[in-house]
Design a protein around this ligand. Structure first.
Ligand code: DAH
Length: 345
């Protein structure tokens, strides 16, 4: 009988050590200490044993039961500790780690930023913003703007023709006519938009952007144009800028001028300036007083050249951005390389 108890004891203790979960250990407990298990049976049967065996068997069986209970308890505690450890490791959140790094955010394209900046300046001066068609008739793009029949811009080597009398607009100036047809004077508008020319190099792309300006009212003079462009130049290029007007020719303005802004770069340090090539001036746009012939095309809409006068200007957004940010090749603005684009704004 003692041998049997020892065999049970050995089996039970290996089963306890082999249990890998609390559930498995509970099964071992039921198997060896449960109501139908051998060891408790032996203990219950001690009274029926011959008297000379009772003491030794009872003592040994009791001892085996106590040891098994203790072993189960120990194993249970160890399994629980291991399970807790595992759970802590898998749930671990280290609150001492730095927070997530900020996610990179997008930004507006530098041309969009520049367009909005320009719009803001003129909105502040009381101008409204208009838009117009990119596919334009020859009549609006050239004829009504007083272009001679032989003007070189009419050529197919300069301009994209959609049909004989339809072009991709080569400038935003046709919107001068459309704006005047749409509303009587006084008129103060700017028109940003895409324009198209057969041209491609570091400072020209076949599609680019302009902002047209037009003011028509009684008594408008060249001084109004200069004051407006001075305000604009100071807002975009810095508060101590000056502007100068140089005589030029455009078919739809008389007189016509090219407008320069004083260089914002050489003002900064004394060294020879790369931006203005030492001239001290940067050409920013074309402008002039609206030619009476142009007003004549919209006379029936309230624009009598004897009654009202106007100034107009047109600038390239790419050019303004390239000057302002020192962009050497504007084609890079259209290549969608974020390493270029994220440098602005
Ligand atoms: N349309 C001209 C161009 O594309 C720019 C321009 C010059 C616009 C003089 C004007 C202006 O309104 O008055 O080169």
């Amino acid at each position: 009988m003692i041998d049997r108890i020892e065999a049970i004891e050995q089996q039970a203790s290996s089963a306890v050590e082999a249990a890998q979960t609390s559930d498995a250990l509970e099964q071992v407990r039921v198997q060896y200490l449960g109501r139908k298990a051998d060891l408790p049976n032996i203990l219950r049967g001690v009274a029926e044993l011959p008297p000379e065996q009772r003491g030794a068997v009872g003592k040994r069986a009791n001892q085996a039961r106590k040891q098994l209970e203790a072993a189960i308890e120990r194993r249970g505690a160890a399994l629980e500790a291991a399970e807790l450890e595992r759970r802590l490791a898998s749930d671990a959140i280290d609150v001492t780690l730095p927070g997530d790094p900020p996610q990179p955010v997008g930004r507006l394209h530098v041309l969009t930023q520049t367009r909005r900046e320009i719009e803001d300046v003129f909105l502040g001066l009381g101008f409204s913003v208009l838009e117009g068609p990119e596919v334009e008739s020859v009549r609006y793009n050239f004829d009504a703007l007083n272009h001679s029949p032989t003007h070189p811009a009419r050529g197919r080597s300069d301009t994209f023709y959609v049909a004989d009398d339809v072009v991709l607009r080569t400038h935003t100036s046709p919107m001068q006519i459309r704006a005047m047809e749409a509303q009587p004077p006084p008129l103060y508008v700017i028109i940003p938009g895409r324009v198209y020319r057969r041209d491609s190099d570091a400072t020209h792309t076949p599609q680019f952007h302009q902002v047209e300006g037009l003011a028509v009212d009684r008594g408008i003079t060249l001084a109004d144009l200069k004051g407006t462009l001075l305000d604009f130049s100071r807002a975009i290029f810095g508060a101590d800028r000056e502007v100068r007007l140089r005589p030029h020719f455009f078919p739809f303005t008389e007189p016509s001028v090219e407008v320069d802004v004083s260089c914002f770069n050489c003002a900064r340090d004394g060294s020879p300036c790369q931006v203005c090539k030492g001239s001290g001036w940067l050409e920013i746009l074309g402008a002039g007083m609206v030619d009476p012939n142009v007003l004549g095309h919209v006379r029936e809409h309230g624009y009598d050249p004897e009654e009202v006068q106007g100034f107009a200007f047109g600038m390239g957004i790419e050019r303004i951005a390239a000057l302002k940010y020192g962009i050497p090749d504007i084609r890079t603005l259209y290549q969608n390389d974020v390493r270029v684009l994220e440098q602005f704004g």
